[in-house]
Design a protein around this ligand. Structure first.
Ligand code: ATR
Length: 281
């Protein structure tokens, strides 16, 4: 669809943004659904001025990335409960000048699991890392009713911080924290192993956060890194016969959730995320 006076504008704000796949993903969705809108990536240093600009220009919705995911909160009029627990916002809806913040990263993760036919409820999950991505995934997993969460993070304080945020809302959820793991029995009956750290990210492609052979064969391996397409963790897990999921699925599904927030009519015309993965990769 060509740009005209009715074209709506959406954007990503962050710094750096030059490598972001979000413009490609969102503009592909607009095209697929025949929505008269465009999505731009905007490098933003002064967040306050950018927010004023977004309101003044009537930009209908935007995504927020590094380094503004936490600081954006003070410029919002309302914040969704899940984003509040996560403590970070990646999606904002502009309702006539009033801004409402959401975090769709965790729900994108869950959706990518559901799309592949995996259930979450009652799962035992081992999560490596306790940063921003880990927080949003852990909160969404808790909402979905997992049974047990083991957090392994080199800075144990960050793991405990995540534990207390999650248990504040879900006191019944079993959460244990480790800075390293000596006892392999801990991994028994793990349903899902998630790497949320940058270990294995290009150019350090030989690094691996944990050995797949410590886990039983039922474990699904999920690495949220999406470049290179397969990390060593996933390559080795695949070789050993485990089911694996790559980070591109989470990336695309969190974008779809942003779109659902901005254009709720997408609920009627569900986007085929598997098809989008194929178009984008
Ligand atoms: P993101 O928003 O992508 O999650 P982040 O908030 O900076 O990024 O979090 C990165 C996570 O990866 C953290 O859990 C970090 O561990 P610390 O809490 O100890 O900082 C973890 N991480 C990053 N590089 C790592 C490395 N080389 N070894 C171990 N953990 C690493």
């Amino acid at each position: 669809m060509s740009i005209n006076a009715d074209t709506s504008l959406y954007c990503l704000i962050g710094n750096p943004i030059s490598k972001s796949l979000s413009p490609l993903i969102h503009n592909t969705i607009f095209k697929e659904l025949d929505i008269n809108a465009k999505y731009l990536a905007l490098r933003v240093e002064d967040l306050e001025k950018a927010v004023h600009g977004i309101k003044a220009l009537g930009i209908k919705g935007f995504n927020v990335t590094i380094p503004h995911k936490i600081n954006i909160i003070k410029y919002l009029d309302e914040i969704d409960e899940k984003a509040k627990i996560v403590g970070a916002v990646n999606t904002v809806l502009n309702i006539g000048g009033k801004l409402k913040g959401f975090n769709t990263d965790g729900d994108g993760f869950i959706e990518s699991m559901n799309n592949k036919g995996y259930s979450i409820e009652g799962n035992k999950v081992v999560m490596i890392g306790a940063g921003g991505a880990a927080r949003s995934i852990a909160v969404s997993l808790a909402y979905k009713g997992i049974n047990e969460l083991l957090i392994i993070n080199r800075t144990i304080e960050n793991a405990y911080d995540l534990k207390s945020s999650v248990q504040n809302k879900f006191p019944q959820l079993k959460v244990k924290c480790y800075d390293s793991v000596q006892d392999n029995d801990l991994f028994k009956n793990t349903d899902l192993l998630i790497n949320t750290t940058s270990i294995g990210m290009y150019p350090h492609v030989d690094n691996i956060p944990i050995s797949p052979s410590l886990f039983s064969k039922q474990t699904i391996f999920y690495d949220i890194i999406y470049k290179p397409e397969m990390t060593r963790l996933l390559l080795e897990a695949k070789k050993q016969g485990y089911n694996i999921i790559n980070g591109i699925d989470m990336l695309i599904n969190q974008a779809i959730y942003s779109q659902i927030i901005w254009n709720s009519n997408l609920f009627e015309h569900r986007v085929d995320s598997e098809l989008l993965v194929k178009k984008i990769t």
